[in-house]
Design a protein around this ligand. Structure first.
Ligand code: URA
Length: 190
């Protein structure tokens, strides 16, 4: 499937009931050849209205971390486990994740990133391990199917618990360091 076919299939999707309540699908944004992909949980209100991931309050905080560690939003890819907003921002149900995850899997096959960063517990439990413990394990790296993966706190958790912001910055600095190291080894010799 091409990128455009995948996006169209996502926009037409009614595999779960969220297809009836969404305003827009939130497919993802950024570079289709990104070495680094961030995966959040599900669109919130602002994302549902705009069709763009991480543009609400949590997204604006996430942008500050990207800026602080010198990562340009345009050069990475940002997506979610779910493409549609769960009502009242409740946690995505496992059945909804099962129906939706294929879109993300196809996106990752096309992008072929070197690094994948889960934003929050739900994403880490889906993409790293079902029993992932974000408080104990955030910032630790594992390799899965040739991709280096980690999880960091979800930005909306940082809005509720600012004490975790220091750990988030440390984790994001490590993400940026790994990203730069990879860019150096893969960019053509000058
Ligand atoms: N929270 C998420 O997990 N994803 C978004 O796109 C916005 C908020």
């Amino acid at each position: 499937m091409t990128w455009e076919e995948l996006k169209q299939a996502c926009e037409a999707c009614h595999r779960c009931s969220l297809g009836n309540t969404r305003t827009k699908t939130v497919f993802g944004t950024g570079s289709q050849t990104a070495a680094l992909v961030f995966v959040g949980e599900a669109p919130g209100e602002q994302e549902d209205l705009s069709g763009i991931p991480f543009v609400g309050r949590a997204g604006q905080l996430f942008d500050k971390y990207l800026e602080a560690v010198g990562i340009d939003r345009e050069e990475v890819y940002i997506a979610n486990i779910l493409k549609c907003r769960p009502p009242k921002n409740r946690d995505p149900e496992s059945g909804e994740q099962d129906e939706c995850i294929g879109f993300l899997e196809e996106q990752l096959k096309l992008i072929r990133p070197k690094l994948l960063v889960c934003l929050g517990r739900i994403s880490a439990m889906r993409l790293i391990r079902p029993d992932y413990k974000i408080t104990a394990e955030h910032g630790q790296w594992i390799e899965k199917n040739g991709v280096l993966m980690t999880a960091v706190y979800h930005p909306s958790l940082l809005l509720r618990d600012p004490h975790k912001k220091e750990a988030m910055l440390a984790d994001m600095l490590e993400v940026a360091a790994k990203y730069r190291a990879i860019a150096e080894t893969t960019s053509p010799a000058r």
